[in-house]
Design a protein around this ligand. Structure first.
Ligand code: PHE
Ligand code: ZN
Length: 821
């Protein structure tokens, strides 16, 4: 049976907290099969009424107010204390069981010890507290644990005391000088090794210290960058990163004590790919950037999540652009925005960058809040320009340092510092959906007229970067329909939405010749790429994947471009999830066949040149993850993939065997995994044998099989569920196998519904262990209504089966409920 409908939380119901917690002394005593937490809170009243504290799976042992037993009431999730004075000390003692915490939220066990994860509402799983981000307290934390098994004890702030205790135990006490919301609390008791440089430390699981060097480089680079580009300095005596293998998401910006998924810390040339190296760089920078945008200025409530996430993603994107190639970085961001955020914005979980309600906040750590949120910040940057934007940042910190604020406060600072009117712009925060710009062009008597109609009503304020003829400018769209004129000697091919200046869908009646012209000559590299993507999409969606000779020749020309990284992006075809959004009824088999047909046609047409490029793009010398080398490897491996379409599995196998770095090994293995060839099985087997003791590499082995386009993939994935390499309790394994399969468009959406039934089974099994991860997996059903009636029926049955499961979590209930609504 279904649980009673959980209640939604609404932004419009926000009220300031009735009580402030000024300081907290938290004592966490980790024992063999449980932990005791003792919290001493200095509280002050703001408004009338009893004190209500949050808790979740914490057993209350005792409670006192100013040393006396109060009148109180305790339910599973609330502790209500009556008749409290205006200022008082509250003490609670609670019992928790981190050893059995499979949700990986609150305090939980990982391979070599214990760690915490508190965002968004995990602190209430450690102790009773006013667990909301607008309650900021100063923390003093004491940790006790077995000295031998858990030699490293950490918490936010500075170490102020430590020592041995009876029974082979020890303790450490930390004082954090910065008042902070509870979601930024962190604690670690574990057996770890440390890489230290000055006041920076990276703690990793034993035996992996040789994989920590790159993230240290990244951290140092991010610190320098934030100082140079944003004028923001590190404000801490100690900055620590702890990497653990059991973690629900990527990483967490706890003040002074970031906790990371090992996936975003550990790298060595032979174990990590270029993409891993780049992701690590970005995530390290992201968490570092949060120290200002998120920690120094935090969110008033969880509806404002994008205040810190959108802004911090924008900042890490800029770090990426300044560190590597700006053009290629932008192309990659837009590719992923379109493949992930656009479908979200058109599906059952669509929500504004600032949502107005939720059942479970964990479900709102979305690509809309993060990536579209970053686009919304980027548009303000585009409208203001770098100098005024930086003036806005300065004013934002002057006004709000140490506060918990809203997205409006951010926009207001931008507006006040720049004098640019952003009133209308605010709609981007509150209205969901991807705007469509329908553009037309008319040329008469030396004047080109561009007409732009936008789908949003009332209209949005949209920066549209264009170049018509020689003139480059940012048009500021504010009306439903607008006209712009440009003098021109002959009918121009306009370059529109340059650099993807707004997260919109732009239509313009370009001819094939227009697009070929832009693909060859646009001086905005993003739009050169975009023209190629438009052409490819058209060939796949409207011409069964059969390219014109002109398109093949244009691709040949692209291959001659000296910027290898750009070429690799330009010759990569649009993703099936993005293309599917452009079909009235999605036919995944036809889509897949057409896309592959185009790949094959390009491979045949460009065979010699692909071969030559493959051979000339080797990177000499020892592995280095610099932009140039990465670009060359990605071009070479792109060529390998195309050549694979011609059945050149021996080439891939040779690369697989001789590769001296994981990028080349993995690219070769992925090519083999997609081909029905004799080299396939031996390569997969050899790879596992070699890497079975490296969990992150085993993840690659799982996902390369789950992403194979071969028809036997689902059977393979099912078999892997019971392989020693898989563990449903470890999120990284679930993501590698199950999420990768669910993102395998043609296989997941198989006509017989086997993919849907499989995913339903996994969501149900996972929900009992880790609802947050289960809910993420359930998102793969989002677009089910876009398919034919046969598939719809099967998807619906799978969703209903999940919905009707006993004791379903709020997390999954929200996703499935919305999908079925
Ligand atoms: N705040 C983290 C980040 O974006 C993400 C996160 C959210 C991690 C919730 C854990 C839990 O950096
Ligand atoms: Zn973040």
């Amino acid at each position: 049976m279904r649980e009673p409908q959980p209640k939604a939380v609404h932004l419009k119901d926000y009220a300031p907290p009735p009580f402030r917690v000024e300081t907290i002394h938290l004592d966490v005593d980790i024992r063999e099969d449980h932990a005791i937490t003792h919290a001493k809170l200095a509280i002050r009243r703001n408004a009338a009424g009893p004190l209500v504290l949050d808790g979740d799976e914490v057993e209350l042992v005792s409670v006192s107010v100013d040393g006396k037993k109060p009148r109180y009431e305790a339910t599973a999730e609330k502790l209500t204390v009556y008749d409290v004075p205006d200022a008082f000390t509250l003490e609670t003692v609670s019992r928790i069981v981190p050893q059995k915490n499979t949700k990986l939220e609150g305090l939980y066990a990982t391979k070599h010890g214990f760690v915490t994860q508190c965002e968004a509402q995990g602190f209430r799983r450690i102790t009773w507290f006013v667990d909301r981000p607008d309650v900021m307290a100063r923390y003093t934390t004491t940790v006790h644990a077995d000295a031998k098994r858990f030699p490293i004890l950490l918490s936010n702030g500075n170490l102020i005391a430590s020592g041995a205790e009876a029974g082979g135990r020890h303790f450490a006490r930390f004082e954090d000088p910065f008042p902070k919301p509870s979601y930024l609390f962190a604690l670690v008791a574990a057996n770890l090794e440390v890489l230290r440089e000055g006041n920076l430390s990276i703690y990793v699981e034993p035996g992996t210290l040789d994989q920590a060097g790159w993230s240290m480089d990244c951290l140092k680079r991010a610190i320098k960058w934030d100082e140079k580009r944003f004028g923001l300095k590190l404000d801490l005596n100690e900055y620590k990163i702890v990497a653990v293998g059991d973690f629900n998401s990527g990483a967490m910006e706890n003040k002074g004590l970031n906790i990371f998924n090992t996936r975003y810390v550990l790298a060595r040339a032979d174990t990590a790919t270029d993409v891993d190296y780049l992701n690590i760089d970005r995530v390290v920078a992201h968490e570092y950037c949060h120290n200002w945008t998120g920690n120094r200025v935090t969110c008033r409530d969880w509806f404002q999540l994008s205040l810190k996430e959108g802004l911090t993603v924008f900042r890490d994107q800029e770090y990426g652009a300044d560190t590597y190639s700006r053009a290629v970085t932008r192309i990659q961001e837009v590719r992923s925005l379109r493949a992930l955020q656009f479908p979200e914005d058109a599906g059952p979980m669509k929500h504004p960058v600032r949502p107005q309600s939720y059942l479970e906040i964990r479900n709102f750590y979305t690509t809309t809040v993060y990536e579209k949120g970053a686009e919304v910040v980027r548009m303000q940057h585009t409208l203001l320009g770098e100098d005024k934007f930086q003036a806005g940042m300065k004013l934002y910190f002057e006004r709000h340092d140490g506060q918990a604020v809203t997205c409006d406060d951010f926009v207001q600072a931008m507006q006040d510092a720049s004098g640019v009117d952003l009133e209308q712009f605010r709609r981007w925060y509150d209205v969901a959906g991807t705007p469509v710009l329908d553009c037309t062009g008319d040329y008469q008597d030396g004047i080109f007229t561009l007409t732009v109609k936008q789908s949003m009503n009332p209209p949005f304020h949209i920066p549209l970067a264009v170049k018509v003829g020689e003139r480059e400018q940012v048009l500021s769209l504010r009306k439903t329909e607008e006209r712009f004129t440009f003098p021109a000697k002959s009918k121009p091919v306009p370059s529109l939405l340059r650099g993807f200046s707004a997260p919109v869908i732009l239509n313009y009646p370009y001819s094939e010749d227009d697009l070929l012209h832009l693909m060859a000559r646009d001086d905005d590299p993003f739009n050169r790429w975009e023209a190629g993507q438009r052409l490819a999409a058209d060939i796949i969606l409207k011409r069964d994947g059969k390219p014109s000779t002109a398109f093949v020749e244009a691709a040949r020309n692209v291959l001659r471009d000296p910027d290898a990284a750009f070429v690799a992006e330009a010759l990569m075809l649009p993703a099936e999830t993005f293309l599917a959004e452009q079909m009235d009824v999605v036919d995944p088999d036809r889509l897949h066949a057409s896309r592959n047909a185009l790949r094959r046609a390009l491979a045949e047409g460009l065979k010699e040149q692909l071969r030559k490029t493959y051979e000339s793009s080797t990177v000499p010398g020892p592995y280095s993850p610099d932009a140039r080398s990465i670009g060359k490897r990605s071009l070479r491996n792109l060529c390998l993939g195309y050549l694979g379409e011609l059945g050149l599995s021996r080439l891939a196998d040779a690369q697989f065997r001789s590769a001296d770095n994981m990028t080349d090994a993995m690219a070769a293995l992925a090519t083999l995994a997609n081909l029905d060839c004799p080299e396939r099985e031996p390569a997969l087997a050899a790879f596992y044998e070699k890497w079975r003791d490296e969990p992150l590499v085993v993840d690659k082995w799982l996902s390369v099989q789950a992403s194979s386009r071969l028809p036997g993939t689902i059977a393979r994935v099912k078999a892997l569920l019971s392989h020693a390499a898989f563990d449903l309790k470890v999120p990284n394994k679930v993501y590698a196998l199950i999420r990768t399969f669910a993102a395998n468009h043609v296989r997941f959406h198989a006509a017989d519904g086997a993919g849907y039934a499989f995913l339903a089974d996994q969501v149900i099994a996972l929900d009992a262990l880790n609802p947050q991860v289960a809910a993420r997996m359930a998102r793969a059903f989002d677009r089910w209504r876009r398919f034919d009636s046969g598939r719809q029926e099967k998807a619906k049955a799978a969703l209903e089966r999940i919905r009707d499961t006993d004791k379903l979590s709020k997390d999954v209930a929200e996703i499935v409920g919305k999908a079925l609504a």
